[in-house]
Design a protein around this ligand. Sequence first.
Ligand code: B12
Ligand code: SF4
Ligand code: SF4
Length: 373
Amino acid sequence: MNDPLALVRETATRHGFDVVGVTSGAPLQEALTALTAWCDAGHEGSMGYLSRDPPQRADARTLMKSVRSVLTLAVNYWHDAPAFMSEARYGRVARYAWGRDYHDVVIPRLEALGRDLVDALPGASRSRAACDHSPFLERAAAVRAGLGFFGKNTCLLMPRKGSWWFLGEVLLDVELPGTESETTDHCGSCTDCLPACPTDAFTGPYVLDARRCISYLTIEHRGSIPHEHREAMGPWLFGCDVCQDVCPFNRFATPSPWPELAPDQGAGPRLDLLELLALEDDAAFEARFAGTPLLRPRRRGLLRNAAIVARNVEATAAVPILEARTHDAEPLVREHALWALAGLDATVARRSAERLVSDADEAVRAEAAAVLS
Ligand code: B12
Ligand code: SF4
Ligand code: SF4
């Protein structure tokens, strides 16, 4: 084999990965410093796994002891869709979640790529695939492999390709020539993403306080959504794209060649709030969203978000179903349904609050007391 990089590129393309970079298995030192500072500031919120052992997340050997090379691969998930309109009944879904769950789609292809490379590369005997859930700083690895640079919105941005890309890795126990290049900051004087954030989640360029990010609040956060962020969430039901939508690098977006990620394969760009709020139990919810990323916050989390968005988009047609949800078995749903009613129909909200003021759950009682006062 004369050119191992050419072989890697050709094999990656055959498996559907058009963008590939290679870096060594050495720890990501600069990113470790940034991650440690980020966690020390408490920016990870309830994602405790991020602060459990930062040095491990910066070290590919955590995933595979014998790693010598890390392939980082980018998967374009941009699919076109009509401009979002709430029409007083729809909530908005972030682009990455429109189609099938990308973990289910990307990981098997990474594994197959790893197997083929172990067969093709002399000296290789092991591979390991990773995507998102693994304890590894994926963006920093991609930067070191020369794929792109950190944008001020903290996303991995690729010149002429933008940021609508997932990242995945294949670890190999054979040393390959790296594709590292000098990282330069292509954002220049642009700061468009920072003031655009609806919840003011950036503490400065390159630093995001996850606790304020709509993506965290609607997907990762399990409890009640702090009142100070509810209105600012606007129509965002699941995730948020604002800091990428405004980024000038994303004008280079081209359609994804991955059909599994297309909007007609999953939840799509918007969801009917009335339909969501009518999902009676976990079984109905799981059947509706099987195979999509929307399962992650579970029924209670997604209905919590739907109630907030219903008020934000003035979905007055949702009042009867929101009133029904004030009887929901989940306190989180009762609490947010009542908050939504308070903004949509004062009479119905008051009627519900008079009952819920003696609810078994403290947060529901507090919401009811706020409505009655
Ligand atoms: C936790 C997490 C989140 C959290 C926190 C996000 C964050 N910015 O840290 C929340 C839930 C908010 C989130 C949101 C989103 N996420 Co997320 N998330 C992750 C996860 C699991 C870990 C990220 C992490 O470690 N964060 C901690 C910070 C400190 O690390 P970092 O962002 O990687 O990089 C920092 C340091 O490395 C440091 N740094 C290190 N070296 C250098 C060098 C220079 C020059 C500079 C300037 C900085 C720097 O600066 C960075 C910013 O502080 C990764 C998957 C993974 N295993 O890596 C996906 C991941 C980052 N998420 C992803 C996606 C798609 C999203 C969303 C777009 C989804 C959505 N639409 O709702 C949003 C984007 C929000 C945003 N602006 O970042 C993709 C990003 C792809 C890309 N092109 O960047 C990833 C890589 C998943 C994947 N496999 O594709 N996410
Ligand atoms: S994803 Fe949305 S809420 Fe999160 S930092 Fe970007 S603009 Fe702000
Ligand atoms: S909007 Fe501007 S500052 Fe923000 S990531 Fe894009 S280029 Fe960088």
